[in-house]
Design a binder for this molecule. Structure first.
Ligand SMILES: *Cc1c(COP(=O)(O)O)cnc(C)c1O
Length: 403
């Protein structure tokens, strides 16, 4: 049997059936995907798309990468689950590997998703706060930290947050990128500051130069923990292992998820220095956290990025993509934001949804992350030739929308 035979029999009318069987929280996604290979995916009608969003910056090695397939297949056949009652080798190797990449004394907690990694970070911050009589947390307007109630309470977007509040946490929001506002907001009573090194869901919005260093200084001066949410930005996405390495700072707490497992669900919370030993036995846990299959997948992702020199590739491919989009000088393109293979094409009109649709009709999956911003986050293995096919098609896509 080929992959096609496996995919076909039940893959009909998936979108309609999705609408019937699932809660309406996602609406009905525009395409049903049945398989992928490299940077390409196929829908149920057999149409091929170049995947320029990678399942929201998750499928770092693209689809069906042999290293990922081998690692996951071998591990699922060897030992698929242990729970936290027992140690397994892949989780230990993964934690050691992450610490090696971070290069600073730290300790790891493994979870299953981004929001869970942030819940762990938040509990560390609360514990730090209780010990020091610190009562509130600071986060950024337009920031996104996840959908569970703790992470949601840190999320600075009223439309997804407010209807589920009030929250039991005192979270104070500051405008992202404004170091003076951050300095005003963070006092000796603040337990922690949650920031993305570049805001992802807000539309791949980098802060002004020096902002992250200022955040580090402000936290050092007041004793608040600096929590960097690198759930979207890490694992090579920006051309460094971690986006904060561009800023030359070390956080107190770091959260990871999306690209780490290459498509397998995993999250990680790293506590540096004293923040790594705040939890006592029994303070936190997860049945699936440290799952050996997800850990093996993450090890394959990290190993492949390293072995294949993907960080350098991300930098050059990202420059090609960003330069190519900006260089079109199309009246609908206001500019390009972001770094590496994590970019937003900023539009001169709020037509990102139409651009996403026109791109899809032309065989490219992109994401209307904001009304006026189209997010591009292809697999890290996307080739320059594949980027060029998109750049060649983009003028017609934009003109279709403009007309
Ligand atoms: C996606 C994302 C999250 C939430 O991750 P989930 O796995 O969806 O829970 C949190 N923070 C950032 C910055 C993200 O991009």
């Amino acid at each position: 049997m080929t992959k096609d035979d496996l995919a076909k029999p039940d893959a009909t009318g998936l979108r309609e059936r999705h609408a019937t069987a699932f809660m309406p929280n996602y609406g009905v996604p525009p395409v049903a995907l049945v398989r992928g290979e490299g940077a390409y995916v196929w829908d149920e009608a057999g149409t091929r798309y170049l995947d320029l969003i990678a399942g929201i910056a998750v499928s770092s090695l693209g689809h069906g990468h042999p290293a990922l397939v081998e690692a996951v297949s071998r591990q699922v056949a060897t030992l698929a689950h242990t729970s936290n009652l027992f140690v397994n080798e892949p989780e230990v190797l993964l934690a050691e590997r992450l610490l090696g990449l971070l290069g600073a004394p730290a300790k790891v907690f493994l979870a299953n998703s981004g929001t869970e990694a942030n819940e762990c970070a938040l509990k560390l911050v609360l514990k730090h706060g209780r010990a020091g009589g610190r009562g509130y947390v600071v986060a950024a307007e337009n920031g996104f930290h996840g959908r569970t109630l703790g992470a949601l309470s840190l999320t600075g977007k009223a439309s997804i947050r407010d209807q589920f509040g009030p929250f039991p946490l005192d979270v104070r929001f500051v405008p992202y990128g404004d170091a003076d506002a951050l300095k005003q907001a963070v006092t000796g009573e603040c337990s922690g500051v949650f920031l993305e090194p570049t805001q992802g869901e807000a539309g791949v919005v980098p802060p002004p130069d020096g902002y992250m260093a200022a955040a580090r200084e402000i936290c050092d001066a007041t004793g608040a923990l600096l929590v960097l949410d690198e759930i979207q930005s890490a694992i090579g996405r920006t051309g460094h292992w971690f986006a904060h390495q561009h800023d030359g700072i070390v956080p107190d707490v770091l959260t990871l998820a999306k690209g780490l497992g290459g498509g397998m669900p995993i999250g990680a919370c790293v506590g540096f220095g004293d923040a790594g030993t705040l939890f006592a036995k029994g303070d936190h846990g997860s049945t699936f956290g440290g799952n050996p299959v997800s850990s093996a997948a993450a090890l394959a992702v990290l190993g492949t990025i390293d072995r294949d020199g993907l960080l350098a590739h991300v930098r050059s491919a990202g420059e090609r993509l960003a330069g190519g989009v900006a260089g079109l000088r199309h009246p609908l393109i206001a500019g390009v934001r972001g770094r590496g293979l994590w970019l937003a094409a900023v539009l001169t009109a709020p037509v990102a949804a139409q651009v996403q649709e026109a791109a899809q009709r032309a065989g490219f999956l992109v994401n209307a992350v904001q009304p006026d911003a189209v997010r591009l986050a292809p697999p890290l293995i996307v080739t320059e030739d594949q980027i060029d096919t998109f750049l060649a098609a983009l003028p017609a896509i934009l003109s279709e929308v403009a007309s």
